[in-house]
Design a protein around this ligand. Structure first.
Ligand SMILES: Cc1cc2nc3c(=O)[nH]c(=O)nc-3n(C[C@H](O)[C@H](O)[C@H](O)COP(=O)(O)OP(=O)(O)OC[C@H]3O[C@@H](n4cnc5c(N)ncnc54)[C@H](O)[C@@H]3O)c2cc1C
Length: 474
């Protein structure tokens, strides 16, 4: 053994399977303390005066940590749960319990990386070994064909080169027991102790999302093996209603309850045992998108969070609060946008199609600073992932990695394509339920006679559109 007593620090790797930091910590230590620290910053306000994480997002996080604690306990170990400034907690703990090493995953976020760097300095001064492991992407950062600084600025090149030459590393063995885990026998921390009031999922949610490694695998088994939906993914992935139009893996991936490599090897097994087609390929394609945004963040770091984005494009953004709040509340009077925002607010989830539309509408139609949208998503999304969120927002805003100039989503033609009968909008905007078919999307464009006929004489309490919808051909 290299070390007498180590700290194994869980961050966005809340799993036992395929977890290099965990396994290295176990293998290199005579005994070890397992810990998760709720970062107090999640409760603090972001620049749009909202907590970084909503209670819904925190509920999912709590469930994931609690599930990990149960799994570790059932294998003879103890997971300490704490709250505070993670780097300070680790530093104090290492001193208090006389530890000589700390093992942790490497995080993508700039804030987290800065914290890692500070911690490394402090620990090294005290002769405590500190090592982090890159383990939340499909391709390992050391295996991709470029040094991070030379990463291509266009996704297609990134994907093609990696598909040609980068192998996905083997899965890391799952630990079978934790007999060397130090038991501090601390009081069993509850959600309320760390400031989380768990919320039940809305009955209207596409899925009753629950955090944890066990739930992640239950979802994968349901989607791949029981419902056999993977073979249809490419055709259904732009859906809006129901649980199985897409994988819904994102909240578990964001917290590392399951690794992209584990999903990849399950896709390979599905291709061998069931069918290999465009859909099975496409799920891996999307995981490569996820990787790409992670590496883009590594390359550009703080620049990704600037208004001018990685393109350093100076755009005059508005920060009109009134308009922004109407967008955020789903009160713009544009039904397709409002339905998606209301789904997000009530459930913490929104489809990829929805995200692209509401993001484009905020930045291209309303001219609002794209970062206000990204901060709002950071607060509200269960699956908030710093790289995927900021990378996608910058992309839609035209200051990211989109090689096409001026990509624009015409909301009515998108609605026509993806919600032609208006079922999705009817589900989320009950005040419009009497409006038939596609008319629900363009209620503001109907003449008075048509309008009265559509609403069947009932009074409708809905918003006047915030933009002139006549501009959209469909
Ligand atoms: C403005 C905007 C913000 C977004 N913010 C986030 C975010 O914070 N966290 C997040 O995980 N995804 C984000 N996405 C990407 C995407 O919308 C979600 O990953 C997807 O909708 C999650 O549903 P799913 O798991 O069913 O996806 P599936 O279609 O089943 O895809 C499988 C997995 O591939 C990955 N993936 C798919 N599309 C993308 C994409 N465009 N970018 C990166 N990864 C992708 C996800 O990990 C996803 O779980 C954002 C997209 C936009 C346009």
């Amino acid at each position: 053994m290299r070390f007498n007593r180590s700290i194994i620090w869980f961050r966005n790797n809340l799993r036992l399977q395929d977890n290099e930091a965990l396994v290295e910590g176990i293998q290199q230590s005579s005994e070890y303390i397992l810990i998760y620290i709720f970062d107090e910053a999640l409760w603090k306000d972001n620049p749009i005066s909202m907590a970084h994480a909503s209670q819904k997002r925190l509920t999912f996080l709590w469930q994931s940590v609690a599930n990990l604690r149960e799994s570790i306990f059932s294998l003879g170990g103890e997971l300490i749960i704490s709250k505070g400034n993670p780097e300070k907690v680790i530093e104090e703990m290492a001193a208090q319990y006389n530890c000589d090493a700390v093992f942790a995953p490497k995080e993508a976020g700039v804030y987290e990386q800065q914290s890692e760097e500070r911690l490394e300095k402090v620990l090294t001064r005290k002769k405590i070994f500190f090592n982090t492991y890159a383990q939340n992407t499909l391709f390992h950062e050391e295996d991709i064909p470029w040094p991070i600084g030379k990463l291509p600025d266009v996704f297609t090149q990134f994907r093609k080169e990696n598909e040609k030459q980068t192998a996905v590393r083997k899965l890391i063995k799952t630990p079978l027991e934790f007999s060397l885990s130090v038991k501090l026998n601390e009081k069993k921390v509850s959600a309320l102790d760390v400031g989380i009031s768990p919320e039940k999922p809305s009955a209207k949610s596409v899925l009753a999302f629950a955090g944890g490694e066990k739930e992640a695998w239950a979802r994968l088994n349901h989607y791949f093996w029981e419902q056999d939906q993977l073979k249809n993914y490419k055709v259904t992935r732009n859906g809006l209603l129901g649980s199985d139009y897409s994988s819904k893996f994102s909240p578990w991936l964001a917290l590392g309850c399951i690794s992209p490599k584990s999903i990849y090897y399950e896709v390979m097994r599905y291709e061998a045992e069931r069918v290999k087609n465009q859909s099975t390929y496409w799920l891996v394609f999307e995981l490569i998108w996820r990787d790409y945004f992670h590496f883009v963040l590594k390359k550009f770091q703080k620049r990704l969070f600037h208004a001018s984005g990685i393109k350093e494009e100076e755009v005059e953004w508005s920060s009109d609060e009134k308009i922004f709040k109407r967008w955020a509340a789903g009160e713009t009077g544009v039904p397709f946008v409002d339905a998606n925002m209301r789904e997000l607010n009530e459930t913490g989830y929104m489809s990829n199609r929805g995200r692209q539309n509401v993001a484009s509408f905020l930045v291209k139609d309303l001219g609002i600073d794209w970062r206000m949208g990204a901060w709002y998503f950071e607060h509200a999304l269960l699956d908030y992932d710093v790289a995927s969120n900021w990378g996608n927002w910058a992309y839609v805003a035209g200051v990211g990695n989109d090689p096409r100039e001026n990509r624009y989503f015409n909301i009515l033609s998108q609605a026509k394509k993806y919600d032609p009968k208006g079922d999705y909008v009817r589900f989320w905007l009950p005040e419009l339920k009497n409006v038939e078919g596609f008319n629900i999307h363009k209620i503001a464009l109907l003449n008075k006679k048509e309008y009265l006929k559509q609403i069947n004489g009932t009074k409708i309490d809905y918003f006047d559109p915030i933009v002139d919808m006549k501009k959209w051909d469909y």
